[in-house]
Design a protein around this ligand. Structure first.
Ligand code: TRP
Length: 327
């Protein structure tokens, strides 16, 4: 079975962008691959989160991953910092990575811009740690969104360099393109993200979601209920694409074009359909939250399997690069 590896950052609560963009894919891929899924808390440190908030976020994201249907009996689900080999390998790879390669990373530039008061070297070497995450498990494929493609290109380059200098060791990881499109935020202007405060939380109740949907932008040409709309330009209609059956979507589109259906009713239908997905996830999450010891055990089991695989790789790496005492 080919292997995949992917990671999610424990920042804030999961939203439907994370769910549609990553988690749905993870659930699908766990059946076809030997999957390693990590909650990457070391990466989150680059933003210097409050320690308690970080601990909480790691658990909440783990809960979200499991509640969405990732099965810990199938996939290896673990917290990155529980496997110390990640940082060990990252150091070895850093010593192979030219400064100029990291300087070109657009995400580093974006983030430096975003947090000018904290442009730390962890932020700079972030993609090297990400490369370590992947090659530690000798993963063949990596499911990520398009914003991670540059990091994956760097990972492949690093693998080629390592293999060239020290001998064939790692497979070049390929991107698995997710068929999930970018999920826009409630503002309809940028990608859904916690930092932009434009998200619909995965654990929100229907009431909370409806509250947010009420203020969400629709077709700007529809000022009054009697104005005819164009569903194709409406952000709310794009959400229907993820949650609503084709036949109901056709009804909605026709109602919007003819002004028979108002935006509030359209939003209510969306809210209800979202609840069909979110409701059961929210219930499973509540169940997991009520049994913290069980969650600990799941994560410890994942970490133990991950450590065993990671250590096999590190033994090889140490031998190749000349670490470890030998007569
Ligand atoms: N950088 C990725 C993101 O922000 C998260 C990540 C960390 C990751 N390590 C990874 C993704 C390894 C895939 C594989 O989305």
């Amino acid at each position: 079975m080919a292997r995949i590896m992917s990671g999610v950052q424990p920042t804030g609560n999961l939203h439907i962008g994370n769910y549609l963009g990553a988690l749905v894919n993870w659930v699908r891929l766990q059946a076809e691959y030997d999957a390693f899924f990590s909650i990457v808390d070391l990466h989150a440190l680059t933003q210097r989160p409050d320690p308690e908030a970080l601990r909480r976020a790691v658990r909440e994201v783990a809960i979200g991953v499991l509640a969405s249907g990732v099965d810990p009996d199938r996939a290896t689900v673990f917290v990155q910092s529980h496997v110390p080999q990640h940082t060990e390998l990252a150091w070895v790879l850093m010593c192979l990575t030219p400064l100029g390669d990291l300087n070109r990373m657009t995400q580093f530039k974006d983030k430096s811009h975003h947090q000018p008061e904290n442009v730390n070297t962890g932020l700079f070497t972030y993609p090297v740690l990400q490369t370590a995450d992947i090659v530690l498990y000798r993963a063949d494929r990596v499911p990520v969104g398009e914003d991670q493609e540059q990091h994956l290109e760097l990972a492949r380059e690093t693998v080629r360099r390592f293999n060239h200098v020290y001998g064939e060791t790692f497979p070049e990881p390929q991107v698995v393109k997710s068929n999930a499109p970018r999920v826009m935020g409630l503002d309809g202007e940028s990608k859904m993200s916690k930092s932009r405060n434009n998200e619909i939380g995965l654990f929100e109740t229907a009431d909370e979601t409806m509250q947010k949907l009420r203020g969400a932008k629709t077709d700007p040409a529809r000022l009054r209920k009697t104005d005819k709309g164009t569903p194709e330009v409406c952000n709310i209609f794009s959400y229907h694409g993820f949650f609503t059956s084709e036949s109901q979507r056709e009804e909605i589109a026709a109602g919007c074009r003819s002004a028979q259906l108002g935006c509030v009713d359209c939003k209510k239908m969306l809210c209800q359909n979202m609840e069909t997905v979110k409701g059961p996830i929210r219930e499973r999450a509540a169940e997991l939250r009520s049994k913290p010891k069980d969650l600990d055990a799941i994560l410890e089991r994942g970490a133990a399997r991950a450590r065993a695989e990671a250590e096999k790789t590190m033994e090889m790496v140490r031998a190749r690069v000349g670490l470890g005492v030998r007569a």
